[in-house]
Each structure stands twice: as structure tokens, then as C-alpha cells.
Design a protein around this ligand. Structure first.
Ligand SMILES: [Zn+2]
Length: 231
């Protein structure tokens, strides 16, 4: 089965596009702690003035050109639904001109941006470094067979690491483990992190859902069940 034939549940990030970035080094300037620059600042000012939001940048990636990608802590009240929110999420200065202030809406409107994809790839490299995922997977890998046919030890380590990354996000969202919004992770980014085909990561997602670690899996977005954090 080719992944191109699979029904997309969420087309916000093109998984093939992210996957194609694998093995390509990223040249990005990391500012940490950071300040907004350019239009991100104007968007934040706009959201603070118009909606009364509170926006604090945690980390910003800057590349040449107009894009500054930030991981922000965003508190406020959804302009449309009236619901309160307080969460961490990614933002890019190309969001300028988007109406509304809900975190999900803001994230959805910038996911096609190449600078955002590169920043996510950069964060995947951070997680890889932290958990030595690729090094361990390489040691467990049988080079003579495909991703799906690897040993149980290989798959178990990968599945367990996904759970650990989701837990890191739940407990320490400031660390920004390559997700686009606090409380979830995407197959497209995880496949970049593990350097595994997205279909294999989707299979891991289904295993995690079956064992009750994540909520019902839609084929793209993994959400840790609150019960998984109890211990
Ligand atoms: Zn952008």
C-alpha cells in the first residue's frame, strides 16, 4: 500500500513533504530565550490588544527571510466560542492577517509554511538527541529487511519512545518536543524524528491506542490519554 493512496484525516501537514526532509541538515538560528520579531510581534500585539490575550514566546527559530517561528505560551478567551484557553503552540509571522485567536485555528493557518516545517524538523532533531532514538534504532535495525519487518525489540523501543515524548510534552511543554500544539503529536513529525516511513508510525499509533496510552487514533494526530499520566 502506498501512503499516497491512504485517506487523509488531516491534511494540515503534508507528511510526504516532511518525510522528504529526512537527512537534510537544517540551517536555522535558534534564539533562546527569545523575543518576537517582525510580524509575529505585530500579531501578538494585535491579539493582546483586540482579544486581551497574553502571549509569551518560549523559543524562536529565525531563518533568513520574513519567517520567525516561535513556540509560545498563549492564554486568552476564544473570540468566537468564548471559551478560555491556556496552552503552548507554534506560530509563524506569516500568520499576519488571519482573523480569530484560538490556538488551534492559529496553528492550522501556518502549517503549510516551509519555515514551520523546518523548525519542526529541528525540534525532531532535539528529541532525537535527547532520547538517542536514531542511534538506538540503528543498533536494533536489521539492514536486510524493511521498516515493518524489523524485530519486536525495534518496534517496542519506537512505541515506548513515542509514549515518552507525549509524556514530556504533557509534563514539560516548554521543552517543545516537536509538536505543533501542546497535548498532541503528529505522525508526520514523528516519522521525521524516527526516520521511519509514516505508515509504520501510523501502525505504532494504532498499537498505542489499542493499549490505552493514546486516545482513539485518527491516522495523523496522537493524543495522550490523561489516565496515562497518573503515575
Ligand atoms: Zn511562515
Amino acid at each position: 500500500m502506498k501512503s499516497g493512496e491512504v485517506l487523509r484525516h488531516s491534511a494540515a501537514i503534508d507528511e510526504q513533504e516532511v518525510f522528504s526532509l529526512i537527512h537534510r541538515p537544517v540551517e536555522l538560528l535558534e534564539l533562546q530565550p527569545s523575543r518576537f520579531a517582525g510580524r509575529v510581534a505585530s500579531w501578538a500585539e494585535h491579539a493582546e490588544r483586540r482579544y486581551g490575550d497574553s502571549i509569551n514566546p518560549v523559543m524562536t527559530y529565525v531563518e533568513s527571510g520574513p519567517h520567525h517561528v516561535s513556540w509560545i505560551y498563549h492564554e486568552g478567551e476564544d473570540w468566537r466560542s468564548g471559551e478560555r484557553f491556556s496552552t503552548y503552540h507554534i506560530i509563524c509571522d506569516c500568520i499576519a492577517g488571519v482573523e480569530g485567536n484560538s490556538p488551534q485555528e492559529s496553528v492550522d493557518s501556518i502549517l503549510g509554511c516551509r519555515a514551520v516545517l523546518r523548525a519542526l524538523q529541528r525540534r525532531a532533531a532535539f528529541v532525537d538527541h535527547k532520547y538517542r532514538t536514531c542511534e538506538i534504532l540503528a543498533a536494533l535495525r536489521d539492514p536486510d529487511t524493511g521498516d515493518f519487518e524489523q524485530s519486536n525489540a525495534f518496534h517496542k523501543f519506537a512505541v515506548k519512545t513515542i509514549g515518552t515524548i507525549l509524556e514530556l510534552d504533557a509534563r514539560h511543554p516548554k521543552e517543545w518536543p516537536g509538536n505543533v500544539i501542546n497535548g498532541e503529536h503528529r505522525v508526520s513529525v514523528l516519522s521525521t524524528l524516527f526516520q521511519l516511513h509514516p505508515e509504520v508510525v501510523k501502525w505504532y499509533g494504532r498499537l498505542l491506542a489499542e493499549s490505552g496510552v493514546v486516545e482513539d487514533f485518527d491516522g495523523e494526530i496522537l493524543k495522550l490519554r490523561p489516565e496515562s499520566l497518573a503515575a
